[in-house]
Ligand binder design. Sequence first.
Ligand code: TRP
Length: 466
Amino acid sequence: MAERQSIHGQWSSRLVFILAATGSAVGLGNVWKFPYITGENGGGAFVIVYLVCIALVGVPIMMAEIMLGRRGRQSPINTMAALSREEGANKAWSLIGWSGVLAGFFILSYYSVIAGWALAYVARAGAGLFSGLDAAGVESMFNSLVGSPERLLAWHTLFMLMSMFVVAKGVKSGLEKAVTYLMPALFLLLLLLVGYAMNTGFFVEGLEFLFSPDFSKLIYTCQVVDGVEQCDISGGPLLVAMGHAFFTLSLGMGAIMVYGSYMPKKSSIAGSAVLIALLDTLVALLAGMAIFPIVFANGLEPGAGPGLIFQTLPIAFGGMPGGHLFGTLFFVLLVFAAWSSSISLIEPAVAWLVENREMTRVRASIWIGLTTWVIGLGTVFSFNIWSDVKLFDMTFFDLLDYLTANIMLPLGGLLIAIFSGWLMKKASSQEEFAMAGSAYSLWWTLIRYVSPFAVVVVFLHAIGLF
Ligand code: TRP
């Protein structure tokens, strides 16, 4: 096959691809979402399922996405159309690209609101408001933020503008450099927080919560209603763990595919995917190890929900020497981590508009940013004036999160696995991977049998089939 070129340019090296993809993967999902969903789903057993999903579903599908993107060299919609033509498959496979674009809009719409919380906390930390705060103090600080539609709206708008700005400039310029320094810095600050957590006297409790599995928690979800514990059997935790494996690795919607389309030809896809998944997992586990000891030391609730890190970390920063500086720095870095993730959520749509509508990147970014900003209003209000508006017992934010992470991304991933494992000729994928022998066979087995099977089983379990 004659090799295609991307009209959007190429990463300058494999390292840059790895940085960009790690920048996409490491974000609010690791530091904000992983701890709170682990807390809500009972800890250890949930973490194990999540790790298994990363290894058996996430890594093979990530390799598949990079491979498809690099072969197609276009936006995911056009890549899937081109490859299905080439492989003699139905054109309808470009639906993977379309559903990805939609998922990207939905995810970014709430991602931007939560990133706005992080921005607000940069201001609070910078103003020294954490010092001496106790558990009640951080809680009221958090509630006063999410209870105010005006404030949430302002921060959401600011974050959206930041994302549009980078995407308009082109993913390659600017961001490459930022990611090179900021990711390692975030990592170091997480280590510092883990160090703090070790001195809370509750480090062991934290580790136990994270790593000692109680598998009954996966089957039963229990809630205390009016003093009575009510447990119901549901597929919830399994689905949430699998959905999060997709979310945290940015899989199932074309983000990694579009980044793969800018990847230089002679780069190892397998090596890159494994490295990105390892770094991403490490960051999530460190965040968990920092947060849960603080939760237990302060008598907080692990299942406190989306506000968890905002109600725990300020206590730590408020009580440690240099906390003013470190606290500000931490939230700045969290914003950068979210920023480098958010742009990958709209890049597939922007690339498509540039290819098919001959728009400039600037115009495309404005349109997409504006649309996403409007959808984001639903999330802004779901924390205050619409907090009682519920569908299936979920607020607008809960619903979007559930729909994207637990349904759209795994479904997209399933289709990607079927396409690359069953429809694409073996010779094509093997040529693109340039991988020989057992490494290729391992991927082939996983993507054909293991990953799709796991996704289907978890789906069937979630709808209560067994
Ligand atoms: N992975 C990012 C995080 O953990 C979020 C993200 C960026 C994402 N791009 C994505 C999630 C694409 C799903 C799909 O914060």
